[in-house]
Design a protein around this ligand. Sequence first.
Ligand SMILES: Nc1ncnc2c1ncn2[C@@H]1O[C@H](COP(=O)(O)OP(=O)(O)OP(=O)(O)O)[C@@H](O)[C@H]1O
Ligand SMILES: [Mg+2]
Length: 235
Amino acid sequence: MPPVVLQLRAVSRVFVGASGSIAAVDGIDAEFRAGTFTAILGRSGSGKSTLLHLCASLDRPTSGAVLVDGRDLASMDDDALARLRRTTVGLVFQFFNLMPQLSIDENALLPIVLERSPTAADLARLDALIARLGLTHRRTHRPELLSGGERQRAALARALMPSPRLLLADEPTGALDSSNATAIAGLLRDLAHDDGVCALAVTHDERVAALADSVIRLDDGRVVGVDAGRGVRSS
Ligand SMILES: Nc1ncnc2c1ncn2[C@@H]1O[C@H](COP(=O)(O)OP(=O)(O)OP(=O)(O)O)[C@@H](O)[C@H]1O
Ligand SMILES: [Mg+2]
């Protein structure tokens, strides 16, 4: 079996506010392997983004543990976590978060430039990714000139540039029409199956779930259903 890339052990995140406390994520146990595409489905407010931020080390659990490649994120200092986010984890946010003043090429190269000077191999990877994502004709454009689907693909190109083992996408089809949504979901599945990426998308979009290898349903921060093994290849 392929290795476990992401493991959640009794993970909870409680927010304390003036009107009381909310367990946005409430005791989740799960593991995600290389080469699989999982959709985490839930209605608005069910805890999807909170869970994804915990997986990406952008937030810390109130209790429980998040492990990436067997390492407990709680045992890592801020520098180590920042490095993990730059090298191992690819993140696609709910609202793209592309830099408006940079071209699509420059946006995609950003995670590399933050680490080091791009090499010829980096630029070749950029070319290949831009072509694979159908952005060749848009690569010198700034995000404002792109359609929603193109922006989403540009955000994916940026997330994929460092060759992450773990790809986390928050509502990757939220702003897209049906054909673009299906294309993005298919791409996430291909990245898992062809490149061995452990891909995880949180969404309320059943079209994404239809293309995932397994589906986890969330409500009020808890897992209320698991549909594993759909679409998983026999190899
Ligand atoms: N920083 C915060 N402080 C207090 N409460 C929060 C915070 N972030 C999220 N919550 C609460 O936690 C719950 C889950 O929020 P979350 O953003 O994870 O939902 P979601 O499933 O991603 O929703 P959507 O589909 O609308 O993006 C909500 O009730 C929300 O109000
Ligand atoms: Mg959300």
